[in-house]
Design a protein around this ligand. Sequence first.
Ligand SMILES: Nc1ncnc2c1ncn2[C@@H]1O[C@H](COP(=O)(O)OP(=O)(O)O)[C@@H](O)[C@H]1O
Ligand SMILES: Cc1ncc(COP(=O)(O)OP(=O)(O)O)c(N)n1
Length: 280
Amino acid sequence: MCGAPVTRRGQLGTVEPTVVLTIGATDSSGGSALQADMRTLAALRMHAACVVTAVLSRNTRGTSDVYAQPTTVVAAQLGSVLEDLPVAAVKTGMFPTAEAVVAVAARARTGALPNLVVDPVLTTRSGSRRGLIAAFERLLPHAVVVTPDREEASALLGWEVVTPADMAGAAAQLAAGGAQYVVVTGGDFVAGGEAIDVLWADGAARMLHSPRITSRNIDGSGPTFATAIAARLAAGDPPPDAVAWAKGFVGRAIGDAAEWRIGSGAGPIDQFGWSALTLR
Ligand SMILES: Nc1ncnc2c1ncn2[C@@H]1O[C@H](COP(=O)(O)OP(=O)(O)O)[C@@H](O)[C@H]1O
Ligand SMILES: Cc1ncc(COP(=O)(O)OP(=O)(O)O)c(N)n1
């Protein structure tokens, strides 16, 4: 391919990958956080630019330490990426401090973060959780899609989100706070054989159903889902289509990793479809 012209999608010739920026923590186990985002983007043939907010000492049994990057370092990474790379979508994950969220929100306010997907992970390294929630309230209005799970939605809203009806109410309330589309995910909601998420789109709640897979390997499901949404937005999908597609993608990735035994706890999922390649 040396010397071949590089062209954009939809044209003939070598395809140049779309760039998606992911902002979040690194995970030493490789299962979740930035590593899950990067695998997802690579599987979808997109280039991942990465802003590191924190370094997690983590394995399949849990997180033992969080080292927060100084906010100046987060802002410097973000500035470097944005002044040079053609970022088509942005996904955010874990922020260790409210200050780091506010720094990213300030950039979002200028319109510098296109197709923003916010996964409001509420683990904090320093300061109060309340401070982190207040900071997210400044970021969420700039998001195209917000993807809290039930626990995150509960914390953001101050009431307990339990049932699918609660998830619909929570999604509506979060959308009223400014996000265009909200998906409250219910991966941990065990009722029947379905994984139920609730999407708030265009003034109404829709239940999204998929088969619920029994597996201990679910690490990185949340980041994978949010990043796949960002990738599909970057490719031009309308948000509801991007969400539906991402739900299918993450379900397939969970299912394909169900037999893996990487670590003694919740292991990674199979974004690349490796199991399908080797076993079927
Ligand atoms: N066991 C499962 N089977 C099928 N889909 C799942 C399963 N667990 C999670 N999902 C899906 O993965 C996505 C992430 O959801 P969730 O696990 O609730 O997020 P988080 O990891 O942030 O808590 C959602 O689309 C959810 O429905
Ligand atoms: C410290 C820390 N822990 C977990 C995550 C990812 O959170 P979540 O979105 O709940 O996704 P799962 O990996 O649990 O599916 C994180 N970013 N940081």
